[in-house]
Design a protein around this ligand. Structure first.
Ligand code: NAD
Ligand code: SAH
Length: 436
């Protein structure tokens, strides 16, 4: 233990040097700053603190291998440690090459988790890391976006029989699962974590709302007040991004394809129009639709010189960065995380973080208090799978909603952590509302 710096001595138990860890990370020596980041979030994630204490006693994951692909960032590292405290043999990788923080990966590795993650991984390296967490034969899969499940079903079919089930973190991952399930191609149960109320109500709306602006502000260091911000998509994330843009003083335009969401945006006080109408008006564009080709050549052609573009939806295809790469007459780095594209007509556009998730590629993602709720649902859903192993297979429908008790338990625990009590129905009120 002599190699542990003095100021981390209280965390000596997190440094089990004797464990046979087989991580592949950039640099193991980066761990001190990663450890500080984990310590910081640990102090702001009371639900995970409680689960860590419970799991340490009850060991719900004893004998189980858990493979996880989630943004390799401090809150995810803490989730891994909570599952490990519950007895899981943990194998962790990222779910986006730009959101991995190498110092966090080093600290997580040092705490006894097998970590395969590299910031700025090439597509080949990224897939290699996914393979590493699958080739060990996981019993539980924790996925964010569906890449891990997809690879399991294509390259590791011989290991499927060992999988009890998995949990999916985000909207797009669930869309992919729904397609697999409808085609009867999903061989194990997957819990729809994103669909839990305590996930998307808070993570997608307030988490994305804050962290997207944090990413944009860090990357650009420009004023938002007075700018025209175009938000594509008025779903859970888009509502949060628009609401916070308004709070920062922007004039906000929303684009949508769903008439009901469009009306909601109008009534929330935003201008709604097509992307073609919005393109020449916007100073800053944020896509958050989960769709493809939201901002393309026809829009670039009519945009203002100097427009700034970024994406907060799942994949890097919402802003057609491939077109800019192909058509620009000149490209150059404009700032850390911003690339300038000068087009034939002389206009220059600025793309943040390669059009990948701006809040995670140019920031630390959602705040700790938000991920505390999302990851409490993840941890309790993984426990649900472990507790019900053997019972959920072969029922045709492999999509499992997070049980309402888990959602409510997370909400009550969060309120308790904030010291907030709420009223309880009296028996008379219960009868008045619901009858006998
Ligand atoms: P959602 O389904 O609630 O909202 C998406 C909205 O986009 C819908 O209202 C839909 O009608 C609209 N839309 C679809 N195609 C469009 C198009 N071409 N033009 C304009 N609008 C269009 O989903 P959500 O929960 O808000 O998630 C959106 C995306 O963000 C998903 O890919 C999700 O995985 C991702 N996500 C990112 C973060 C993050 O941290 N950056 C967090 C949560 C979810
Ligand atoms: N693989 C996709 C992932 C979609 S990201 C991609 O990178 O392209 C969307 C998910 O990231 C959200 O559902 C949210 O829960 C999660 N997220 C946001 N901030 C996070 C953070 N700080 N740490 C871990 N996950 C985070």
């Amino acid at each position: 233990m002599s190699s542990i710096p003095k100021y981390l001595a209280n965390f000596a138990s997190l440094f089990p040097e004797e464990k046979n860890i087989m991580s592949e990370i950039r640099n193991k020596d980066l761990y001190p700053s990663g450890q500080l980041k984990i310590d910081w979030v640990r102090a702001h994630m009371p639900l995970l603190n409680g689960l860590e204490a419970d799991f340490s006693k009850t060991k719900p994951f004893k004998g189980l291998k858990v493979s996880l692909s989630v943004h390799m960032e401090a809150k995810t590292a803490y989730l891994c440690q909570v599952l490990a405290a519950g007895g899981a043999e943990m194998y962790a990788t990222g779910c986006n090459p730009l959101s991995t923080q190498d110092d966090v990966a080093a600290a997580l590795d040092r705490s006894g988790v097998n970590v395969f993650a590299l910031h700025g991984a090439t597509p080949q390296e990224y897939e290699h890391c996914l393979r590493k967490v699958l080739e060990i034969g996981p019993n539980i899969i924790i996925d964010d976006g569906g890449d891990l499940v997809n690879l399991m079903l294509t390259e590791f079919r011989d290991l499927i029989s060992g999988v009890i089930g998995g949990c999916e973190e985000t909207t797009t991952g669930i869309l992919r699962l729904r397609r697999l399930n409808a085609a009867k191609e999903l061989p194990f149960p997957m819990m729809l974590v994103n669909d839990a109320q305590c996930k998307h109500f808070f993570d997608n709306r307030y988490g994305t709302g804050q962290s997207v602006w944090n990413g944009i502000n860090r990357a650009t260091n420009l004023i938002v007040a007075g700018k025209t911000v175009v938000v594509a998509g008025y779903g859970w994330c888009g509502k949060g991004v628009s609401m916070r843009a308004k709070g920062l003083g922007a004039k906000v335009i929303v684009t949508e394809i769903d008439p009901v969401k469009a009306i909601e945006a109008v009534m929330d006080g935003f201008q709604v129009m097509t992307m073609k109408e919005a393109a020449p008006k916007g100073d800053l564009f944020v896509t958050v639709t989960g769709c493809d080709d939201v901002i393309t050549a026809e829009h670039f052609a009519i945009m203002k010189d100097g427009a700034i573009l970024c994406n907060a939806g799942h994949f890097d295809c919402e802003v057609d960065v491939a077109y800019l790469e192909k058509s620009a007459v000149k490209t150059s780095p404009a700032r850390e995380n911003i690339k300038a594209y000068t087009m034939e007509d002389g206009k220059t556009f600025y793309v943040i973080a390669e059009g990948r998730l701006v809040n995670l590629a140019a920031g630390d993602g959602h705040p700790a208090e938000i991920m505390d709720m999302s990851f409490a649902i993840q941890a309790l859903s993984a426990k649900y799978l472990a507790d019900h192993r053997g019972q959920e297979r072969g029922k045709g429908d492999m999509l499992l909603n997070v049980p309402e008790e888990i959602d409510r338990a997370v909400a009550f625990r969060k309120l308790a952590a904030w010291g907030i009590s709420i009223d309880k129905l009296t028996e008379k009120q219960r009868l008045y509302l619901y009858g006998e």
